[in-house]
Design a protein around this ligand. Sequence first.
Ligand SMILES: Nc1ncnc2c1ncn2[C@@H]1O[C@H](COP(=O)(O)OP(=O)(O)OP(=O)(O)O)[C@@H](O)[C@H]1O
Ligand SMILES: [Mg+2]
Length: 315
Amino acid sequence: MPCQRIVDILRSATCPQNCDLTPMKIPEGKAVMECRDLHFHYHDGKEAVAGVSFSIAPGEAVALCGPNGSGKTTLLKLLTGLLSPDEGEVRLGGRVLDDAGAKEAFRIVGMLFQDSQDQLFCNYVAEDVAYGLKQLGVPQAEIRDRVDLALHLCEAEHLAHRPIHHLSGGEMKRVALAGLIAMRSPVLVLDEPTSGLDPAASTHLIELIQHLNHTHGSAFLIVTHEMDRVPLLARRVLVMEGGRLLADGDTRSILTDVPLLEQARLQPPAITKFYFEKALRDGKKADWLPLSVEEALSHDAASPRLLEAEVSRAV
Ligand SMILES: Nc1ncnc2c1ncn2[C@@H]1O[C@H](COP(=O)(O)OP(=O)(O)OP(=O)(O)O)[C@@H](O)[C@H]1O
Ligand SMILES: [Mg+2]
């Protein structure tokens, strides 16, 4: 379902209308991103990624969760070609990511860094958002349109002419995201995208991701520690621990598996934890757990015992 607030922004009179957001197509039947048996050691001998394999289909939205130091950022850098694996391979749109495939990779995948200061390097905002498009040789008029639209969508058009080094952390994150949106890559990897954003900016970013995913079929791999937001962002969750993939499954089965999450030093969403603990306290088996407050409310409203109580009150 398209996100109504983003649709309204796109329809507003001030929104640049000259370009769309549809990502580049990848060859039919290929995974947009795939890794097989990836291994990576840092120079000091630390094995940060130890045999990771998975694939992401076009249009999938996947969350990557794991405790600090479990190898999430290192994995994203391997998937985007910023680091090269010691063993194993990465394929983007079916093509092996090696020196020869690096330019093509730049079109297929974009990465939002954990720390935006590592990402932005031009002097001015609009120049930075345009950087990748210039490298690809996109015509000047189209660059202008794509940059204007991306800044508008990220609620950052007022920053266009500001020097990067004057921006706040949250403003930098929005500008970095605009740079990725302008590229229209078929897959985006986002490393803790909401960290450092205020609640309204976090919600806006999540709605933007939902819109690009649902309406335009952009795929996402999103690292987050905000477990409450995972059900909003992703239909599949990967759990990483000690450089390995501990689990890979649909969002409900992973987020309601409290022992699995505890093994990875993670917690389920707060509402899920509440229902789990309540069932434990009542000595019952938690055969159903909600992932959101809305789910909990509609389940409780539909539960026979509550309905019965309501009916008996009414008669
Ligand atoms: N440049 C580096 N040199 C040596 N070791 C590193 C380097 N960068 C990361 N590491 C180590 O590799 C491991 C994985 O780090 P990584 O940054 O990938 O973890 P992460 O899961 O992203 O953690 P966080 O949730 O804190 O961001 C950690 O033990 C870390 O100390
Ligand atoms: Mg990290």
